[in-house]
Design a protein around this ligand. Sequence first.
Ligand SMILES: Cc1cc2nc3c(=O)[nH]c(=O)nc-3n(C[C@H](O)[C@H](O)[C@H](O)COP(=O)(O)OP(=O)(O)OC[C@H]3O[C@@H](n4cnc5c(N)ncnc54)[C@H](O)[C@@H]3O)c2cc1C
Length: 343
Amino acid sequence: MAASTIRVLGAGIVGLAIADELLRRGHEVEVIDPAPGSGASFAAAGMLTPTGELWHGEEAVHRLGRASASLWPDFAARLGVPLRTGGTLLVAADHGDRQLVDRQVALARAIGEPVVELGRRELVGHEPRLGRVVGGALLPDDHSVDPRAVVAALLERVPVVAAPSAGDPAVTVVATGTALPPAYSALVRGVRGEILRLHADAGDLPDRTVRAWVHGEQVYVVPRAGGEVVVGATQQEHAGAPVVTVEGAWRLLDSARRLLPGLDRAELVEATARDRPGTRDNLPLIGPTHEPGVVLAAGHFRHGVLLAPLTAQLVADHLEHGHVEPAVDPRRLLHAPSPEGTR
Ligand SMILES: Cc1cc2nc3c(=O)[nH]c(=O)nc-3n(C[C@H](O)[C@H](O)[C@H](O)COP(=O)(O)OP(=O)(O)OC[C@H]3O[C@@H](n4cnc5c(N)ncnc54)[C@H](O)[C@@H]3O)c2cc1C
């Protein structure tokens, strides 16, 4: 290994996007992962929805998400992976759900995001396959991508090995999702997400992502070319391995079939559970640690697909110019080492 080699631990969407960016900039890179693409990136729905995900007090998450969303068209084009760009529908099944949609619309408006409120008729005009609904909104700038296609395209460009070669790298970038090395493991917790994949006839597929509240239950349905429909996702703090539970699958299916009754005809193809890498403040960890030569790119929680191209740029910019984005600086959550000689 050359003394200038950058080692990337982890070949999920984050590690691979970083490695791809570093290779493009002419660096020598070694990516290590015994099971590339098998973590949270394997489960992800691929929504690029900074506004749909907007929440109170999380303006920084949104700002980063919108910045990364603007990088996606070029990133996807370079990888030869299509983006689905019809926007995202927010849908309310009853009047209680309507309040939840209204709250999301107000949050979006407050930060100047475009949002088009839709009455029941207009909503059904946009998506005639909807069942009983009372209204909703269109988020015209929130799109989607197939993360498995992205990971496959990145794996064609980025060589990955199962174990490190001899010698020390110049820098190690840790992009191992929820599985951080012991010194950092307390920074990230696993938040289980269960998600289903169906196969439907073209006539039963919605035209764009539908994010809905169905009698208080949240569900999203993401269509893909070729008939795949992704139905997600549960969210649960837990200590054990991520598994698909009967309750999780039932809740998702119950809400999805009320929302889009044509999905009753779809084939249930896959049920998957993975842990999202959550941090204390729901912001990722991107940048230096107090350990020389160790950079983190982890903790992307619900937004790792959306944030992958921005993360790649931030890591490469940091390695080349020392730049650190304060909102995601891992040192905000790390204790500084005690000065020498003091205890
Ligand atoms: C159900 C679900 C739905 C989601 N939907 C979306 C969505 O719509 N949009 C969005 O933006 N995000 C979504 N997410 C979040 C997104 O999936 C994650 O934020 C993202 O995949 C994190 O990517 P990563 O590369 O950091 O981690 P991972 O994909 O988990 O990859 C980590 C990799 O590290 C490897 N690894 C582990 N330990 C080691 C080690 N010691 N050495 C080397 N390699 C190691 C693993 O094998 C794995 O390949 C969703 C997540 C879930 C669970």
